[in-house]
Design a protein around this ligand. Structure first.
Ligand code: J2J
Length: 539
């Protein structure tokens, strides 16, 4: 397959190179440099495995040769759905070495999502763990292969069943390895947070992504003594790149992979491995704050707790330093690009009340009213951005591109923010209609479409409601037809649809009708807003 590209106008690309943001590095070249400089230094720890930089590189190369010998080719897209295990890194660096393009799926995704990613990316391969969290991914892979016949190769970490085990890939000849990628090529496809309808695929190049995590590692103060704990699922953009596992490896730091972000799993790892920095979504940060005072585990190595993915309220943010004895860093980022950080040496008030400032002096940030005019300084408006690591288009999605990007290449983030005099952004809300459930973004439209598939659902509107723990929860307002189903039965039915579990509505409310106006139906957006208002007024 032809390499995918993501085009910045030539003048901007030249500027980003001149400024030294894009340094012609690739994933393969940076790992090679680390493996040559510090071959024996520990790079990654997970389960009972501890791999040095040299071992990680050697394993990645073996994966690359094996995948080529199996029949996959440079340019092929390969869906990667792995939990936080060391093989995640040998697999993705192996794919980069073979010049194949990973498409990152979360462990929570099920057949509906994986089939959609495989089709949209035209994937030829799918790499899974045999089992994780009680779920058998081999059964899922069989379903995906039935639906998408182009997926010709499934590779399994663990007992492969009818597929090929990662450990048993054919040997392959080093001579078959392709030349390294051009840094302007798309290195992988990331999954969008799904604002409308199905998730979109986000093409990120070596140039732009490496800049984002190299600069992030600097902002987060990573050194060769740092130990980064990946607590959230590594396929998510935050633990992958802000500074995440890649930023940590780039900086020559050590990566520890936690099987779960719960205090029970993460605290012993922090104590044992001397973890210095990790990142969480707000609900998990609250759990950690609750568990830390009575834990028998020594958390004193922790220097920085990053919190992002959804708004962290100032009341909670204020508790981080006294309870955990470390610096809080708020992170407001998006898989499409732009990432903002509070800086480690910011005044405490900035750290607890803002969502930080952009990574790059060349991140262009516009805050516009609904008519597209800049709002007065300090007032809330729609955030648009472009810059050296923000995409210019989604993969294969003309319709979404027309909506999400302005003609001069700004990405409409859908977030409503205000900017303080020091340049810090404060997230006020969002214009879009998704639900930010504990950092997982759920498209109202996608869930409504599924609900409408139920024979006793006449109409459905899915709305975000404030939730003390999750931040937001999803409530489905439903007009029934015929026999009114029980809420629990409807949720159970949703679970049979092959959807990620986090998309099943938390709450179901039956209503007799939806608002209409004299001229006809109100827009879905207005309808959702009015249902939310009505519910909150009654609550
Ligand atoms: C409020 N809303 C936030 C925050 C993200 C680092 C950190 C997070 C993500 C991420 C990421 C928020 N306060 N601190 O990719 O590299 C909401 C916004 C944003 C959307 C993006 C990273 N941090 N958000 O969460 O692609 O609405 O990326 O537009 O999953 O999450 O979601 P996502």
């Amino acid at each position: 397959m032809r390499p995918l590209t993501q085009l910045w106008p030539a003048a901007l690309a030249a500027r980003y190179r001149d400024k030294g943001y894009w340094r012609r590095e690739t994933f393969t070249s940076f790992l090679r440099v680390r493996a040559a400089q510090v071959p024996d230094r520990l790079a990654v720890i997970g389960g009972d495995q501890r791999w040095s930089f040299a071992e990680l590189e050697a394993r990645a190369e073996a994966v690359a040769r094996g995948l080529l010998a199996l029949g996959l080719q440079p340019g092929d897209r390969v869906v990667v759905q792995l939990p936080n295990i060391v093989e995640f890194l040998s697999v993705v660096f192996g794919l980069f070495r073979a010049r194949m393009v990973p498409v990152y799926a979360l462990p929570a995704h099920r057949s509906v999502e994986i089939v959609h990613f495989a089709r949209t990316a035209e994937a030829r391969g799918y790499i899974i763990a045999a089992r994780h969290d009680g779920f058998d991914y081999r059964a899922l892979a069989q379903e995906v292969c039935r639906e998408v016949s182009e997926v010709a190769h499934v590779v399994v970490v663990g007992d492969a069943g009818p597929f090929t085990a990662l450990d048993a890939l054919p040997d392959g000849d080093a001579a078959t390895l392709p030349e390294d990628a051009d840094p302007s090529e798309v290195a992988f496809l990331q999954i969008s947070g799904g604002s409308t309808g199905l998730s979109k695929l986000i093409p990120r190049t070596h140039d732009d992504y490496i800049y984002s995590f190299r600069a992030s590692a600097e902002i987060c103060g990573l050194t060769t003594d740092s130990v980064y704990l990946a607590a959230l699922p590594v396929a998510h953009n935050f633990p992958m790149s802000s500074p995440g596992v890649f930023g940590a490896l780039y900086a020559g730091s050590r990566v520890v992979l936690a099987p779960s972000p719960s205090p029970e799993a993460a605290f012993p790892l922090i104590a044992r491995e001397g973890v210095t920095i990790t990142g969480l979504v707000p609900p998990l940060a609250l759990l950690w704050l609750q568990a830390a005072p009575t834990t028998p585990h020594d958390l004193s190595s922790l220097e920085v707790l990053q919190v992002g993915g959804a708004k962290f309220l100032a009341e909670s943010a204020r508790r981080v330093r006294p309870v955990l004895g470390c610096t809080l860093q708020q992170v407001f980022g998006m898989a499409e690009g732009l990432v903002n950080y509070t800086r480690l040496d910011d005044p405490e008030e900035t750290i607890v009340t803002t969502q930080g400032r952009p990574i790059s002096p060349d991140d262009e940030v516009l805050i516009l009213d609904d008519e597209g005019h800049p709002v007065p300084e300090g007032e809330a408006g729609n955030l648009l951005t472009r810059g050296p690591y923000t995409i210019r288009a989604y993969h294969n999605n003309g319709g979404a591109n027309a909506r999400a990007f302005t003609p001069d290449g700004f990405y409409r983030t859908g977030d409503v923010v205000k900017r303080l005099p020091d340049g810090s952004l404060v997230v006020q809300g969002r214009a879009g209609d998704h639900i930010n459930r504990a950092g997982e973004k759920i498209s109202a439209e996608e869930v409504e479409d599924h609900l409408l598939g139920h024979p006793n659902v006449f109409d459905a509107a899915v709305v975000s409601l404030p939730d003390a723990f999750l931040g937001e929860r999803a409530c489905a307002f439903i007009i029934a037809q015929g026999q009114k189903p029980k809420a629990a039965a409807l949720k159970a039915w949703m679970r049979t649809r092959g959807l990620a579990d986090f998309k099943v509505p938390d709450q179901i409310m039956f209503v007799d009708g939806f608002e209409t106006t004299a001229v006809g139906k109100v827009s879905r957006k207005e309808l959702r807003a009015s249902l939310r208002r009505r519910f909150l007024a009654q609550a």
